[in-house]
Ligand binder design. Structure first.
Ligand code: TIU
Length: 270
């Protein structure tokens, strides 16, 4: 198993173990990103989120190239709103509520045009899409099972909005034992101050919820991991000798005070 590292991650370098890492793309939906959608109905300037699109396109392409699975989420509800608690439906005084007709169909309703992911970041064949009724990606979804089945321990987290669905998902992931790195230029907020503080909160206190790093550094690590995998594959003899020396490798790792490769997320209820 090769492990690349995001060397300039905050607060410390972040390990990206090959075969155990996934890219999570949170809620890059038309309703949040296009003028006239739900985000705007809440009084927000959706232009604030659109800067995320280009770096995220590049990061997703690098993940696909490196064999890192890409998992997309969409926030939304069943057409009869039976999965939308009144507390969520009635909160605030938006000009339009979830389920109301909007410019892109009924707002945040599964199957509607506005609920789907923006064209630039459309999932490709074989990628998982998690439909979530809450802000967090784990609540009332099959994400835990998907990650467990794929042996994922480490999440590169992107999407919108930084302080709402990204934060909630990272906090949920953290409590379930996943290592999370939030990609700083691939998450977006309607509020510049929330973007800055939201990122600071992840990495504060020695990485209380996880790590942060820019996409450029993450892409470098993905390519590094890809190179390591290739060189291991092309040298079977070397691979065997690494395996026969695993006792030593493990004892070295157990001396490290930060991440351990032996870590396994809690197989949890949701
Ligand atoms: N309003 C806001 O900032 N966010 C949401 O409602 N959902 C997500 O963050 N996806």
């Amino acid at each position: 198993m090769s492990t690349a590292s995001v060397s300039d991650a905050s607060p410390t370098p972040f390990a990206v173990p090959a075969g155990k890492t996934a890219l999570l793309v949170i809620d890059m939906q038309r309703d949040f990103l296009l003028p006239g959608g739900f985000g705007e109905s809440l009084g927000n300037d959706v232009g604030m989120l659109r800067g995320v699109i280009e770096p995220l396109m590049t990061l997703i392409a690098a993940a696909r190239e490196s064999g890192v699975p890409v998992i997309h989420t969409r926030e939304g509800h069943l057409p009869d709103l039976s999965d939308c608690p009144p507390a969520k439906l009635n909160r605030g005084a938006p000009s339009q509520r979830i389920g109301d007709p909007g410019a892109f169909g009924r707002i945040l309703i599964r199957g509607e045009y506005g609920h789907d992911i923006i064209d630039e970041l459309a999932p490709v064949e074989g990628e998982t899409i998690i439909d979530k009724p809450g802000k967090g990606a784990f609540y009332a979804t099959e994400l835990t099972e998907v990650l467990e089945a794929a042996g994922i321990t480490t999440l590169l987290v992107t999407g919108v909005t930084t302080e709402v669905c990204v934060h909630t998902s990272v906090r949920e992931a953290n409590d379930r034992g996943y290592e999370c790195l939030v990609v700083s230029d691939c998450v977006g907020s309607y509020f510049p101050e929330f973007q800055r503080v939201g990122l600071d909160m992840i990495a504060a206190q020695g990485g209380i919820f996880g790590w942060t790093a820019p996409s450029e550094s993450v892409i470098t690590a993905l390519r590094q991991g890809q190179g390591q995998e290739r060189s291991l594959r092309s040298d079977q003899g070397q691979e065997r000798s690494l395996r026969s020396d695993q006792g030593q490798e493990r004892s070295l790792r157990s001396d490290q005070s930060d991440q351990s490769d032996e870590f396994v997320p809690v197989p949890s209820s949701r």
